[in-house]
Write a protein that binds this ligand. Sequence first.
Ligand SMILES: Cc1cc2nc3c(=O)[nH]c(=O)nc-3n(C[C@H](O)[C@H](O)[C@H](O)COP(=O)(O)OP(=O)(O)OC[C@H]3O[C@@H](n4cnc5c(N)ncnc54)[C@H](O)[C@@H]3O)c2cc1C
Length: 391
Amino acid sequence: MDLTWSDSEEAFRAEARTWLEAHVPSPALPSGDTAEGFAAHLEWEHALHADRWAVVSWPAAYGGRDASLWEWLIFEEEYYRAGGPQRVTQNGIFLLAPTIFEFGTPAQQDHYLPRMSAATDLWCQGWSEPNAGSDLAGVRSRATRDDAAGGWVLSGQKTWTTRGAFCNYLFGLFRTDPASERHKGLTYFMVPLDAEGVTVRGFGRLDGDEGFAEVFFDDVFVPDDDGTTDTMLRGGILGAVDQGWGVAMATTSSERGLTLRSPGRFQATAQRLVQLAADRSRDGALSEVMADAVVDAWIDAEAYALFTLSDVTGVVEGRSGGARSSYNKIFWSELDVRLHQVALDLLGPDAELDGPWMKGFQFALSGPIYAGTNEIQRNIVAERVLGLPRK
Ligand SMILES: Cc1cc2nc3c(=O)[nH]c(=O)nc-3n(C[C@H](O)[C@H](O)[C@H](O)COP(=O)(O)OP(=O)(O)OC[C@H]3O[C@@H](n4cnc5c(N)ncnc54)[C@H](O)[C@@H]3O)c2cc1C
């Protein structure tokens, strides 16, 4: 593996760095999981899009720069290094978009992707239901065929929908074959949240932000997609009817793997941690044990970055990550908790007063839960990567 960047990659980095240094908002924006903060983040997304930094690896026709995966990694490194705001568009651009690139018709790609990169359509993810979390195949929300009207009628409830209260579209799984069980007979729907029969009820998280919503579907009509803008604005199906499980697994693989959590995010946190330790050391308040903990956490962030380079090499050479995204997810989520825990230990009693580290810690705690809990990921690694028996 050649770990040196080419001249054009270095030029790309310099261009990104210059733009980010000039544009990243300061002071930091309020949390994107509040109505006020979400609106501020949306303005940021529009600024990114205007200068074609919103989705660098996408084709220019969809708002991107046709950047390579390596350049995308460089952009992410620079983004977090510059302290760029959280991406409130992430469920669309990092999760749904790769799935549309893989399963969408050309008409769907032409319709949904530019609107997503421009932050016109804001997507939330509708997997979880009150009785289907880890056991996603237990989805009970259903879609019933209405041939006379030419479409599907959706009913049921989704929950834990991140930023559902602020988004205007949802993607999720619905059971289309009432006689089916488990992974079969499910279909991947895209639904506008202003459709008749949809009720979105936002609710607060542990940290008080209204980061979640419950979404209720009471006979919501989604017309058959005939490839026209008019029907696609009213939703549609991604992939084939009754084949939604396979499509959803492509989305979850993006969520657990590289696309959602690039290493730049953790390297930037590790760098802030090193700075915090340096400040403590100057004040004579850094024990040897704490210094070791900081170094260990920093090494882990670097290890994740190197691991990612090998993953990207695989993708570039045409090898699919598949279930490997599960151990990726275990590593980054536990790394995030460690990085923040060490920072709180360094801060001691002051930690209670430190907004960013404390808020970061609280969010890091949810990493081992969202995107499929780490217990479930360990089951997947055991069975599908290591080939161990189920019992
Ligand atoms: C910050 C955050 C954001 C989220 N955003 C979204 C979103 O946008 N859209 C969405 O659809 N969902 C979202 N979720 C929900 C998330 O996907 C679920 O919380 C998760 O899948 C776990 O489901 P559950 O909460 O029902 O827990 P359960 O499935 O009830 O699990 C409870 C506990 O049992 C363990 N467990 C369950 N089954 C097994 C097993 N077979 N083997 C070993 N242990 C097991 C789990 O690991 C867990 O510890 C979000 C969650 C969080 C925390």
